[in-house]
Design a protein around this ligand. Sequence first.
Ligand SMILES: Cc1cc2nc3c(=O)[nH]c(=O)nc-3n(C[C@H](O)[C@H](O)[C@H](O)COP(=O)(O)OP(=O)(O)OC[C@H]3O[C@@H](n4cnc5c(N)ncnc54)[C@H](O)[C@@H]3O)c2cc1C
Length: 439
Amino acid sequence: MWAATAQTLEPLPSLKADVRADIVIIGAGFTGLSTAYHLSSRFPDRKIVVLEAKRVGNGASGRNGGMALHWINGVEVRDPERARRLYAVTTETLKWIAEVAEKHQFPLRFRKNGCLEIVTNQERAEEAQKKAETLASWGLPIQFLQGAGLAEKLRAKGAVGGTFDPTTGQLHGLDLLHGLRGVLLSRGVDIFEGSPVVSIDEGRDHVVTTPGGTVTAPAMVLGTNGYTPSLGYFRSGVMPLHSHCIATEPLPLERWRELGWGDVSSFSDDMDRIAYASLTEDGRLLFGGGGNGAYSYYYGSRTSVPTSPDAQYAFVKGILDRYFPDAADVRIAQQWTGTLGITLSRVCSMGVTGEHKNVFYALGYSGHGVVLANMAGRVLCDLYADHHDPWLDMPFYQARLGGIPPEPLRWIGYNAFTRLTGRSPRRYEAHDKLPKKPR
Ligand SMILES: Cc1cc2nc3c(=O)[nH]c(=O)nc-3n(C[C@H](O)[C@H](O)[C@H](O)COP(=O)(O)OP(=O)(O)OC[C@H]3O[C@@H](n4cnc5c(N)ncnc54)[C@H](O)[C@@H]3O)c2cc1C
């Protein structure tokens, strides 16, 4: 759907030579292009090359639910200072997204009228309300909505309440990436599309090989999130999981009001296999997730989707119909699949690795990367400049990833785990360095 409503751009040429660069970036999603943007701003004289297997935005960044959210997945905060700090860093990125478009005068659909996290039973509604009240008492603009307040935003069947953050919203990821692509090209950054990296010879100078040529560079950025294990990195740290989405034909927003969607960009629910939905300004409803049937893991961490996942799309449609029974007849216009990078703890990691400390990475956003992968550009640019201080206290800074077993245990483990937890509510682990608040 994002692709169907994005500007059509001519493909960029693929790499057809052996070239030298100061920095080679693999992947042209939010991580890759935000990193290229910050590096080219701070180091305008360095030669930067971006290698993209397919097209800019081919990965999750061009296929997601559009929810531009605060917080770091997998991290529960129990301390006001800490909460304000984490909220402030994601606020900066939300601002950066709007400012970069403004500064470089490119069109960006960024609908900032808030996202809602609904709860579907009374007990969790009480917990969510307490949590929202605590966050509000710490000065954060979080509200818990019920009754008429909730109905004004959303009338999803089974929603008992919802946590609303008016500072969040919906981002058209391809608008941002296409805008950044233009800025980067005008700065002399080389972006090669259709240039899959097939091997990496890591060293003081890395040699990165594609079918048409190589890039030799003393610094490399892995902007490949869920695809990273196929490059030989983070095999036990990140696993590609595929999320299947559908989108309706466009309907007038007044019609959506009648069908149950009010004044809100997006919502997600409180299930472990989260359901999420976004309504675009031109009235298309995007829907994904909602149970095991909406996600696929392919044996061996394969990242290509083997068959048309019709059963998964039908499953997602069933969840849409359950939340909005009156919209069951609205025609589905698009369906697609996107690849997530999941970590065991759901916390992402950003850092630098390799024998020569020259492999920069940010990955494992676990379905929560619209803001974080755009923040990664600033983080990785600072790490490249050997300026680690601003990020030392962040839960994702050099966060240790691991624990995902090799096949066939991975396959068995995934299937057993999803069967056990597929219908359970979302749980958060505390990965913050702060001591837990006594219960
Ligand atoms: C269906 C779906 C819904 C989501 N919804 C949300 C949401 O609503 N809110 C939210 O916060 N997050 C959401 N996410 C997560 C978010 O979209 C991602 O975390 C984020 O886009 C990751 O960005 P990235 O640049 O790191 O990775 P990607 O966007 O996946 O980019 C990686 C790029 O690397 C390229 N690549 C891979 N292998 C190679 C290779 N060998 N050589 C060269 N290039 C290669 C790929 O083609 C791709 O373009 C969702 C994800 C999916 C899949």
